[in-house]
Design a protein around this ligand. Structure first.
Ligand SMILES: [Zn+2]
Length: 235
């Protein structure tokens, strides 16, 4: 599909890339939808295009529940399984307002306002069997909540209760798949040797364009770090 093609340079697209490495790079937006983006990259080496593709999966952070404090659980699910299910819920992410726990100066195990979000679940079944959904989680930050309210978490029989506190944090896909912001990130060959098509589909936690922009930003940071290291060693 060729939707509203508009040629742009990566510096317009990311607002940050300045290195000589990408001087020749031209980016054309082939598709820009709610859940996916398709970009034509011209004038770039395959290894760099592939690094951006890979970073979309493994380096761009997103939010996921990482710690669960169970206060009460009389459901049939073991605490660990319940915690695991909560960890896999995709959470809307705001990369401007939260930082990775390892970059936060609070140094506390459960984190602070800058590096974690608390979600609370308090659900009981009374006369009838009840399914608890992702939407039953109450987040202290309305912007950071499950992308869908209708993901089943646990079934409760009459008289059963689940009461817990869940702590969501930023993390990266390379640590655990639950932090992977993209479900698909592929690189297809374009019309010439230095032309590629990058297709990225978001799991819904970040806008697809944001994933690619962030991936480029992280690649740029890593290259700068490497440059520093190398020149320090060579001097
Ligand atoms: Zn913190």
């Amino acid at each position: 599909m060729f939707l509203n093609p508009r040629p742009t340079s990566i510096s317009n697209f990311s607002g940050s890339l300045t290195g000589e490495l990408f001087d020749m790079l031209k980016v054309k937006v082939l598709e820009d939808a709610e859940d996916r983006v398709s970009l034509q990259l011209d004038g770039v080496d395959r290894s760099y295009a592939n690094a951006v593709r890979r970073f979309c999966l493994s380096e761009v952070p997103s939010m996921a529940i990482d710690d669960v404090v169970i206060l009460e659980n009389s459901s049939v699910l073991y605490d660990e399984i319940l915690a695991h299910r909560l960890g896999m819920l995709p959470l809307k992410t705001d990369l401007e307002r939260y930082i990775l726990p390892e970059k936060c100066d609070c140094g506390t195990p459960l984190g602070c306002q800058k590096c974690r979000v608390l979600l609370v679940l308090d659900a009981s079944a009374h006369e009838k069997t009840r399914t608890v959904y992702s939407g039953d989680l109450v987040s202290e930050d309305r912007e950071i909540s499950p992308i869908s309210a209708s993901i089943p978490v646990v079934k409760l029989a009459p008289g059963q209760t689940v009461k817990l506190e869940a702590y969501a944090r930023l993390g990266r896909g390379k640590e655990h798949a639950k932090w992977q912001p993209a479900t698909v990130s592929v690189l297809l060959d374009g019309k010439s040797e230095d032309s590629f098509v990058l297709k990225v589909e978001s799991s819904g936690v970040l806008r697809p364009k944001e994933i690619v922009t962030k991936a480029v930003e992280i690649l740029e940071e890593k290259l700068k770090e490497m440059q520093k290291e190398v020149s320090a060693k060579v001097e």
